[in-house]
Design a protein around this ligand. Structure first.
Ligand code: DND
Ligand code: ATP
Ligand code: GLN
Length: 715
């Protein structure tokens, strides 16, 4: 048989945006047809958008999904092309996460998801029921709006495959690829040669490797073509779905879309020869397994996939597209930080219909990283405008909101940044000239609209009001105050910055003669949140936070990368500065550094974070693991002290996690206890039972540390 053209898509769907989602699906089918493709695969639940969460519990979501499908079927879009489209379907009063296989205005099959995603961020079991009848099917009676269009009354619903004249197609849904007993194995042994995978899979740093390995492995042993489609963008929540549509054959990635992009619709195509799959499937052992494998019901279609007419368009709306590959391409984690949160911020900005971002810029690493991510977003917008991407230009025009300039095209990142990005240094008598200058120089380098102010009068007012009312005047430690006075005075400064941030975000566009308001960005990183090293309701309380899921060590690597990648030499000075909060007077003998203040280093904090969140350690199991990891340079008693200190701080600050600013989800651990990590927030923070056990074991264990070789730990 001849060659056939296959196609997978990344669509930037938005939860509950039925109109926009419909338009993007139609555009992707139109592009597929222009390519001469005969099979189009879209992302998971693409009609309502993947991230509808509890809206899946509303009948409205299923109803509007059918209405959208009816509109698709009523047009001639599906003529001559198989379309694999995702939506929820209620069958016998039970909701399933489904693929609807459509061809020539007809529904061929509804395939419900068999293995649902239910870990970490995923809650599919809350809305959907898995299809438990493996390799079985029954009839689904169609709603009248569909019957009126397709003239079908019922269609097969279940675990079936589709047989064309020239090959056999099987459907897999996202998580089903990740499970040990993936459906592609039994489908492949039963003769399925083309697998479609429709995903709603979110970005985490370094995660693409897992996905690629699974896809390659799926087709290496088994042979076959694997078409991977994924949602892309921020669909209304903390997650960024990172697209990266792929086509793999016999263990090799042969086409790959962009992982991070501002495009709403991206397609990748590959021309394949199905004979290559057959040639890959000649081993005796495979034949023996295939001969004894259980059979799937086949939906037969009198149409050959290889009837498509190849049009030589390599890519459409796919700036990151790679074709003719022999292996997948990956971004470095630093690039992932530059691109993922930047794309997420762009979607958030255009979809929230606000006019820009505001960042309180301290001259430290974290707010600097946040600012660079906004700058990266501006660079992506300018690149997209350069490629004449119409919807990016239209969004940019609306956001800058300058009706006098209806032909505005963002052509310089600094110029665009100045229009939409606002930074502010809020100094006090405790601030240093160095941090003030670093903030100003950074703002100047990226072009943000920068405000430099002193807020001592505000701090003094609060302090004086307190003294006037109570007759007691709190003093800094450096002036003879107690620890509690010292902390309270620090927190007044930190919290006032939050109030100022919201006021400036609301009023700066007005000051500049523009409409609308700005969103305040937070800059607390994942480690500091986990430790609770932040003032509740200070600048860590913002509208959204692009770096809240990223560790300090990754942020530092990102800044080092950004220095070269964005040609910003000023970033070197941020890397060389020692993190300090500048909330209390500095004396000759005392400089407040973050690590000394936290009672642990950032490197230690990252290890605690990993063990606590990823490896699910309680105090005792963290202690025993660290005795193995750190026992060569710390004694068991020293390790016990560090673990107890971390758990004490983590536990007593957990209440702060309930108010954490919604953050870009970037790691396989997150302090976001509302979503990702469900735990109480009032703990017995001295853990008497657990800590006693740690102390007993630490005292009994031999000390194998070579004290003084602390260095080995960081090497
Ligand atoms: N169990 C509980 N459940 C619910 N709420 C609870 C609570 N315990 C205290 N609270 C509330 O929380 C308040 C205490 O929290 P909060 O006001 O934040 O104050 P607190 O956590 O005591 O102090 C702020 C911490 O952040 C550090 N910090 C501050 C500023 C900058 C930086 C930096 O990154 O450089 C670090 C600072 O060194 C200190 O460790 C209490 O006054 C109370 O209102
Ligand atoms: N002088 C300042 N001017 C403006 N914003 C500030 C200032 N100091 C702190 N902030 C804001 O408060 C946030 C928390 O302050 P903190 O001193 O805890 O810094 P941090 O978490 O180490 O972050 P950074 O590395 O940005 O200083 C900062 O990220 C910044 O957004
Ligand atoms: N939607 C899904 O099934 C996603 C689950 C999958 N484990 C992922 O992270 O990509």
């Amino acid at each position: 048989m001849g060659h056939l053209i296959t196609l997978a898509t990344s669509l930037n769907q938005w939860a509950l945006d039925f109109q926009g989602n419909y338009e993007r699906i139609i555009e992707s089918i139109a592009i597929a047809r222009r390519h001469g493709a005969t099979l189009r695969v879209g992302p998971e639940l693409e009609i309502p958008g993947y991230g509808c969460y509890d809206h899946f519990l509303e009948g409205d979501t299923a109803l509007h999904s059918w209405e959208v499908l009816a509109k698709i079927l009523a047009g001639d879009d599906t003529e001559g092309i198989f379309c694999d489209i995702g939506m929820p379907v209620i069958h016998k009063n039970t909701m399933y996460n489904c693929r609807i296989i459509v061809y020539n205005r007809q529904i061929l099959l509804i395939r419900p998801k068999i293995w649902l995603a239910n870990d970490g961020n995923y809650r599919e079991m809350r809305y959907f029921t898995p299809w438990m009848k493996h390799r079985e099917w029954e009839y689904y009676f169609l709603p009248r709006i569909i019957q009126a269009i397709t003239k079908q009354t019922k269609v097969p619903f279940g675990d079936c495959v589709v047989s064309t004249i020239d090959t056999c197609i099987g459907v897999e849904l996202c998580e089903e690829l990740f499970t040990p007993d993936s459906p592609h194995i039994s489908m492949g042994l039963d003769g399925v040669e083309i697998f479609t995978n429709s995903s709603g899979s979110h970005h985490e740093l370094r995660k693409l490797h897992t996905r690629v390995d699974l896809i390659k492995e799926a087709t290496l042993k088994l042979g076959g073509v694997y078409l991977y489609a994924n949602q892309q963008g921020c669909d209304g929540d903390r997650l960024y779905y990172d697209g990266c549509a792929m086509i793999a054959m016999n263990g090799k990635i042969i086409a790959q879309g962009s992982q991070f992009s501002l495009s709403d619709v991206e397609v990748i195509t590959a021309t394949i020869d199905i004979e290559d799959v057959r040639a890959h499937r000649t081993s005796r052992s495979r034949a023996l397994q295939a001969a004894s494998s259980a059979r799937y019901h086949r939906i037969e279609v009198p149409f050959a996939l290889s009837e498509g007419k190849f049009t030589d368009i390599a890519s459409e709306r796919a700036p990151g597209l790679r074709l003719g590959l022999h292996d997948a391409k990956f971004h470095k984690p630093e690039e992932e930080i530059a691109l993922g949160p930047a794309c997420w911020l762009w979607d958030y900005l255009r979809r929230s219909r606000t006019q820009g971002y505001f960042v309180p810029l301290s001259g430290g690493i974290d707010s600097c990283a946040t600012a660079i991510i906004v700058y990266s977003m501006c660079c992506l917008v300018v690149e997209a405008a350069r490629r004449a991407e119409k919807h990016v230009i239209a969004d940019a025009r609306r956001i800058v909101g300058d009706p006098q300039d209806s032909r505005y095209i963002p052509s310089d990142p600094r110029e665009f940044c100045n229009r939409i990005f606002h930074t502010c240094y809020m100094g006090t008598e405790n601030s240093s000239a160095e941090t003030r200058k670093r903030a100003k120089d950074l703002a100047n380098a990226i072009g943000s609209y920068h405000v430099d102010l002193n807020m001592d009068s505000l701090v003094t007012s609060v302090r004086e009001l307190f003294a006037f009312v109570t007759g007691a005047t709190p003093r800094f430690r450096a002036h003879g105050g107690t620890a509690v006075e010292n902390l309270a005075l620090q927190n007044i400064q930190a919290r006032l910055r939050m109030v100022l941030s919201y006021s400036f975000a609301q009023l700066l566009p007005w000051v500049r003669g523009r409409q609308g308001g700005l969103l305040v960005l937070g800059s607390a990183n994942v480690d500091e949140s986990l430790r609770g090293y932040l003032t509740k309701y200070d600048c860590s309380s913002a509208d959204i936070n692009p770096i809240g899921g990223i560790s300090k060590s990754d942020l530092k690597k990102f800044i080092a990368y950004a220095e070269g990648a964005f040609d910003l030499p000023i970033l070197r000075s941020f890397l060389e500065a020692i993190p300090t909060a500048e909330l209390e007077p500095i004396s000759e003998t005392y400089v407040q550094t973050d690590e000394a203040d936290m009672g642990m280093t950032y490197d230690e904090l990252s290890v605690f974070g990993r063990l606590r969140k990823v490896e699910k350690c309680g105090p005792y199991s963290m202690f025993t693991k660290l005795v193995h990891e750190w026992g060569a340079f710390l004694s068991p008693v020293q390790i016990a002290e560090k673990v107890k200190h971390f758990f004490f701080e983590h536990a007593r600050n957990r209440h702060k996690m309930t108010t954490l600013t919604p953050s870009y989800h970037a790691e396989s651990y997150s302090p976001d206890d509302n979503r990702f990590d469900l735990r109480p927030f009032l703990y017995p923070s001295r853990f008497p039972w657990q800590f006693r056990k740690i102390d007993q074991v630490a005292a009994a264990l031999p000390d194998r540390s070579n004290l003084g070789s602390e260095k080995a730990k960081t090497d």
